[in-house]
Design a protein around this ligand. Sequence first.
Ligand code: AMP
Length: 432
Amino acid sequence: MSFDTLGLSAEILRAISEQGYTNPTPVQAQAIPAVLQGGDLLAGAQTGTGKTAGFTLPLLQRLSSTPTPKGRRPVRALLLTPTRELAAQVGESVSTYGKYLPLRSAVIFGGVKIGPQINKLRSGVDILIATPGRLLDHVQQGTLDLSQVEVLVLDEADRMLDMGFLRDIRKILALLPKGRQNLLFSATFSNEIKRLADGLLNKPALIEVARHNTAAERVVQVVHPVDRERKRELLSYLIGNGNWQQVLVFTRTKHGANRLTKQLELDGISAAAIHGNKSQAARTRALADFKQGKIRVLVATDIAARGLDIDQLPHVVNFELPNVPEDYVHRIGRTGRAGNEGEAMSLVCVDEHKLLCDIERLLKCEIPKGVIEGFSPDPSIKAEPIPNGRNGAGRGRSGGGQRNRAGARGGAGGQGAGRGQGGGRRRSAVPA
Ligand code: AMP
């Protein structure tokens, strides 16, 4: 199937072909006609499936084929995302695919000055991409009117709930006009998501894109057993020996990410860390530098990496295994995107054997193991408890389901200074 048959305008098709896309992905092939028909949509699709274009393309088509209301441009489409990074990426997609259309878009999220956002909103915006917290800030300040929204998109709705945004979402829904189109995208379908969908969607079209282990199937996975104290040395060796130019490395904690970044720099490998204690500017810069190839290694914590879309990321390394097995699947899903082959390796020390077993149980398969010559683990080293992750130092399971109202405003996406990395309730669904 080609894009030409889906009912998109010449302007949109031109932008798509400039991206080098020839055929729609399965989610696009299903979502584009469904959204163009104007009804609600419930789509099960995770990042990497092409879901962003799946809702952006028909949205652009619909908005551009009906006249803009007279007077100052009202917000006609609202796209909500859980994290700042995802908001920025969706915003980029809207700009890219809509470059030949006379529609205007803006991205608003916390952690940056509100003034420029107010000016942008004042000048008139058709499509608004936002994280929930900063959006409500604008509403409270009277700088945003949502009374003419025609289409609402909830992107990565499961993550929004995981991050405690349910109350904010409900507040936002109350501000929107009733007769609108609603599109809900979620990778998983917990009871909470089903409840949200039941209340929000009117006879939705249902799309479920095969997600079961798709990342795991596309990605070549390997475990390299190694001693705890030699992981950094092994990582530098792998990067140097393989001449890797772009590698995303996961650590369990923010502190661990900082320390590893410094050590890699000492080894002459350019690296930057991306985590919740970094300012928005620093995170944006690190991501941009990484995408442009100015730095070879991006060291990230799990929450910071959510929704990151880095084209054709060839290597993902688990410097430390995650405490929560589902996070392993999210991590390796950063590579092998949109049909590209990827490689995910895990440096596993004796302390992490139980974590590895949990992951393999989740995947329902054993990950191949391969000792790198010169890095055989010393059998006399005994396992030690992992000193983080469950008590606030790293990825805690603690933390309330709701966003911390007092401190998290700047932290849309749960990554601001006022909020720890405890993401609240964990998702229950797993890739089967
Ligand atoms: P997403 O799931 O929206 O995060 O998209 C994942 C990646 O797939 C992004 O890097 C897109 O640029 C890319 N992509 C989206 N649609 C297509 C397509 N039809 N053909 C090839 N790549 C695509």
